[in-house]
Ligand binder design. Structure first.
Ligand code: NDP
Length: 471
């Protein structure tokens, strides 16, 4: 088991989109906050030199979070570039040379999944894999079968504890806060079960389309792109039991797996697939594409805690706003002593995961006056208008230290595909919906017996600023 800290950071795909959007900003953040001081080696095929890669890093930071002059100067000093095709042994021989004395490099595969096998074998043949760790990007396979094959490929060369399968959702501050809120408070646990919870819904809405990445999206669709990974991860954190022991990384991962295994594989009849009008005219998209840009689904968890409680997930592009929110509806009081509480007025917990962070609970209070009539109020436990540090910096920092808690294990990845597999591809018809709406009407029918969807709204909670100032 590679317990030593990594002593070099290698990223394959240095000229690519992910490096531009996430990796350079994360590296600068690590330099600022964690005194990161390791060789950073970018590897890619384009005929670039180091100066061009530095310029790319500058442009990336200008666009994503801004430049910190001192940190950027350090990033430039640490940066090296290896130019070459991943299919060529020479590329890896050059990499080994540039790695110098490094004995525990971390290799980040920010490359098309079709290249994983080639790169892993190249690392092995050149000696670059010895004592090393590897970070693998999502999507981890296309379905259960391909995920198993990918795991087999990685295991040829790397032991499981040297493999870090990334899902950046787990690195998000708001997602961490969800887990913390659940297990650091005693008032929640007694109601967090089938006796008190009526239904749970998770919405991930994006107010944009495929942003020029049509050919990428054609291979994926909403179920593979965000449901199999991000949305299921959020569901797991909402529904899992507390892990045993304190700070035991494997106990946490095993508990997540236990919950995943209790989720029934999707029934295609409980999935609504949608496609926004105009998707087929996007560059790189087939004119008769049946790929879903929206998915709404109902899941069931076969545990004593959750039996009979429906879990809904909805994720889509070209929605009215960009926001990820969890809404947990509690059961109404057994009898209506005062006014009749409508389903939509039932008590709830709301977790806004992005763009801002909100943890709140909805309750009924009496309206002033003679009558015993009530109104809804929301009590805000946490409101953070700004994002914290980028999730990739947290995850890269963890991987460099060998801390695997926030990364996917082989068995968990396969269990997640087992849930989604029956609904992939043409399992159900794709229904069109107008851009900037909440998806096809059929998605509302899926939810109608459980009070309907709660469409997130982007308003700052009224009592938020006062509360956060008081902190
Ligand atoms: P890009 O297509 O933008 O970049 C691919 C990179 O791989 C380029 O640097 C390219 O080099 C390099 N490359 C490809 N083939 C070869 C080869 N034969 N030899 C050498 N270099 C090669 O992809 P992304 O950055 O968008 O995605 C990378 C990974 O990250 C994928 O697995 C993707 O699913 C995942 N991901 C991406 C996200 C994003 O926002 N972009 C979000 C989450 C995950 P060159 O350009 O020099 O040819």
């Amino acid at each position: 088991m590679p317990t030593a800290k990594s002593d070099a950071f290698v990223f394959f795909g240095a000229t690519g989109d992910l490096a531009y959007k996430q990796i350079f900003p994360a590296l600068q953040d690590l330099i600022v906050h964690e005194h990161f001081d390791l060789p950073i080696i970018g590897v890619a095929r384009s005929d670039w030199d180091l100066e061009r890669l530095r310029e790319r890093a500058r442009a990336s930071l200008n666009e994503h979070g801004g430049i910190n002059k001192r940190a950027f100067a350090k990033l430039c000093r640490l940066l090296k570039f290896v130019n070459g095709d991943y299919k060529s042994d020479e590329t890896f021989a050059r990499l080994r040379k540039v790695l110098g004395d490094a004995e525990h490099p971390l290799h980040y595969l920010a490359i098309p999944p079709s290249m994983f096998e080639t790169v892993v074998k190249g690392l092995d043949a050149s000696g670059c894999a010895t004592g090393a760790r590897v970070v693998v990007e999502k999507p981890f396979g296309r379905d259960l079968k391909s995920a198993r094959e990918l795991n087999r490929t990685l295991h040829w060369i790397f032991p499981e504890d040297a493999i870090f399968r990334i899902d950046h959702y787990l690195g998000k501050e708001a997602v961490q806060n969800l887990l913390y809120f659940r297990f650091a408070n005693s008032f929640l646990e007694p109601v967090w079960n089938r006796t008190y919870v009526d239904s749970v819904q998770i919405t991930m809405a994006e107010a944009f389309g495929v942003q020029g990445r049509g050919s990428f999206y054609e291979e994926v669709g909403a179920l593979r792109d965000v449901v199999q990974n991000h949305m299921l991860q959020v569901l797991i954190l909402l529904a899992m039991d507390a892990p045993t022991g304190r700070g035991d990384v494997e106990a946490m991962r095993s508990e997540r797996l236990r919950l995943l295994r209790a989720i029934r594989p999707l029934d295609p009849k409980e999935v609504v697939r949608g496609q926004f009008v105009g998707y087929r005219s996007e560059h790189g998209v087939a004119r008769n594409s049946r790929v879903e840009t929206f998915a709404a689904l109902r899941l069931h968890i076969d545990t004593a805690r959750w039996a009979g409680v429906p879990f809904y997930i909805r994720a889509g592009k070209e929605m009215p706003l960009t926001c990820t929110e969890v809404f947990v509806t509690l059961k109404r009081p057994p009898i209506a002593v005062f006014d009749q509480v409508k389903p939509e007025d039932a008590n709830h917990f709301r977790f806004r995961l992005s763009p801002d962070v909100v943890i709140s609970t909805g309750a009924r209070v009496k309206k002033a006056g003679e009558e015993m009539r009530g109104e809804d109020v929301e009590l805000i436990a946490r409101y953070q208008p700004k994002r914290g540090r980028p999730p990739y910096s947290r995850l890269l920092g963890d991987a460099l230290r060998g801390d695997a808690e926030l990364f996917g294990r082989d068995d968990a990845l396969e269990a997640a595909w087992r849930v989604i597999d029956p609904a992939l591809d043409d399992a159900e018809k794709v229904h069109s919906y107008k851009p900037r709406t909440w998806g096809p009407e059929l998605a509302d029918s899926l939810m109608k017996d459980d009070g309907g969807w709660h469409n997130p709204v982007m308003t700052k909670p009224k009592n938020a600023s006062r509360k956060s100032r008081r902190k």
